[in-house]
Every structure is written in C-alpha cells, then in structure tokens.
Design a protein around this ligand. Structure first.
Ligand code: MTE
Length: 321
C-alpha cells in the first residue's frame, strides 16, 4: 500500500430501492475539509461499470445493537464499493481488481475452524450461506486515508466461534485467505507473501460488531469484495478485514499478520482506527469518503468508541498501534 488514494466519483447515489431510508438521517456538516492532508490526494477517476450480479440473501431483524447501523450516514454506491478494491492476490490497482477477481472459483468452498476448539468445523458454502444473516451498515476506513459506508450482510463471528467452542487456552484467532497461484497469477507482483493472514484477540473476535460478511446490498458478495465470506471489523483499518477466508484457527498467541510481517514499523497488530496516531508516512487525522470532495475528520475507533473502547482499557494505543 503506497499511501492515500484517490476517490472515484464526486456524487453519492445510494441504492434507494434497497435501503430503508429511515436509517439515514441527514449527514452532519464536517469541519476541517481543506486541512493538511488534502495535498496527498489525487484527482477523481471514473468508477468502472460494475453490476450487482449476486444472489439475494434474506436477512432477519436482530435485537437493537448499538453501532450496527451507521445512523446519519449515507451508504456508498454499489459501483464504488465493488469497483474500488484492495485485493492484492488479483491486483494492486484498485480499479483492476473487479475484473481480475472474476477468475476466483468460490464453489466448492470449505471454511475450516480449528486449533484450540472443542468442536473443529468444516463448513461448505451452503453451511456458510445457511447462517441466519443480518444487515449491518458500517463505516469502513482504509489505512490509506479513504473511507466508505457499506451495507453488509453476514453473521456475527461469535456465532461461528460458539459452535466450535474455544478451549480455555485460546486467546487469539488467526485467519487465512484462499490462495491459488493459478487463479491469482498477478499475486506474484504484489510485493507481499500469500496466503493473506490476519488475526484478532479472542475478545475482539467475540465482539458482537465483528462480522463474517457473506454479502452486501442484500446480495451475495462480489468476488472482488472477498467472496464467499470475509471478515469485517469496523473499528479497525480495512486491511484487518481479510477476504475469502478458508481457515480460522484459535491459538494461544498473537498470530502472524500479513501487513505486520511486511512492515512492522507501519502496520501494527491492533490497527485500531486512531486519528491521534499517524502512519509513519501520513496523517490519520482526516479521511476522504469515496464520493465526496471534502475531507472528514477521522473518528476514534472509526466512530465505534462507545462499543469497543473498553477492550483496550489500560493499553498504550501509541505502542499497540
Ligand atoms: N484480504 C485479502 N485476502 N487480500 C487483500 O489484499 N486487502 C485488505 C482487506 N482484505 C486484502 C484483504 C485491504 S488493504 C482493504 S482496505 C480491504 O480488504 C478492502 O476491502 P474492499 O475491497 O471490500 O473495500
């Protein structure tokens, strides 16, 4: 990742037919739009044409969960969410991922849950899509300085882990992406090692906001967004949200993660969104919402502080970045 990147399109056109407008109160006016980081951004590029070809996923209503719906926010257009992607297995060019990722074979699929668990699981695609799905509308903040609001569909990771039953020794959860060089020939030029790896502390993994996403905008996930199932941790930088997951392993130690291994000085294990701790090469105080021109101030824990700050009580967040 080379630094903040360019947004795609200056206007926002949410999929009004799908979304329940009740959730979207008028967005507040944000200050600081022309501040320091503006110069880091390039000009707009047109969004590539991307169609929503997924299968419908029905969702069930869930008990009120603070943070589950980003109140006052307007979701990004499907075209932006599915046309501007980081998926290094396919390309390091955000606009090229969508077409290249069409080579990803998602059937059959197996997701294994193992390690320090009482009941190891081996789930098929049908099993994964069979979990009762809920809709979550989350802010998504990339470490590079752009952000989106995404209407995900999925199920809480806690649900899956409760089926596997972590043992008393388990303290962390390691995630691994699918990797097949044949389907991903451009991965050789990505500059990072594969398979892509991520990790969470067990309490982070069990947090009710931590989602295994199987869709967005009410349909199954486009390949470029991490089909058929990917992690979404809304209070952390986007690279923690590992795509196309095939393996989840409960461990008794902090697992290796791709970006930390690639550059430990720049990417910590925690990677909580924190406007007061800058990336060594750029400020994290502001972000550019894809589809907008002005910068917005970045919020502590990406706006989820009320829900997650207690997980980090007593920790030095400058050291544990
Ligand atoms: N997962 C895998 N397997 N490979 C990747 O390159 N990129 C990460 C994350 N998950 C990545 C990944 C980064 S850097 C970001 S910002 C988000 O996916 C982007 O998700 P999106 O394309 O759905 O917006």
């Amino acid at each position: 990742m080379d630094g903040p990147s360019d947004p795609l399109s200056p206007e926002i056109t949410p999929e009004e037919t799908f979304l329940n407008r009740r959730f979207f109160l008028k967005a507040g006016i944000w200050a600081g739009s022309t501040l320091a980081t503006a110069g880091l951004y390039q000009t707009f590029k047109p969004a590539p044409a991307v169609k929503n070809t997924g299968r419908e996923i029905g969702t069930v209503a869930e008990p009120p969960l603070p943070g589950a719906i980003a109140v006052g926010e307007t979701p990004n257009r499907f075209e932006d969410i599915a046309g501007y992607n980081n998926f290094y297995e396919f390309s390091t060019n955000k606009s090229a991922v969508a077409s290249r990722a069409q080579s990803l074979q998602t059937t059959p699929w197996t997701l294994q849950v193992g390690g320090l668990v009482e009941h190891p699981l081996s789930l098929s695609l049908e099993d994964i899509l069979g979990f009762e799905a809920v809709q979550r509308i989350y802010r998504f903040r990339c470490v590079e300085g752009w952000s989106m609001v995404i209407p995900w569909v999925g199920f809480p990771l806690a649900k899956l882990l409760s089926l596997a039953v972590p043992t008393d020794q388990a303290t962390h959860v390691a995630f691994e992406s699918y990797y097949d060089r044949q389907q991903m020939p451009h991965s050789l030029f990505a500059g990072i090692a594969f398979p892509y790896l991520e990790g969470l502390r067990l309490d982070e993994a069990l947090h009710p906001l931590t989602l295994m996403a199987t869709g967005l905008y009410g349909k199954t996930l486009p390949n470029q967004n991490g089909a058929p199932v990917r992690l979404v941790v809304p209070w952390k930088y986007g690279f923690k949200s590992i795509k196309s997951v095939v393996k989840i392993t409960l461990t008794d130690h902090q697992p290796t993660t791709t970006w930390n291994r690639a550059n430990a000085r720049e990417y910590g294990f925690y990677s909580n969104v924190n406007p007061t701790v800058n990336h060594p090469r750029w400020s994290q105080a502001y972000e550019r919402r894809i589809g907008e021109t002005d910068l917005r101030p970045t919020l502590m824990f990406n706006g989820y502080a009320d829900q997650v700050a207690h997980l980090y009580t007593g920790m030095n967040l400058r050291q544990n970045f």
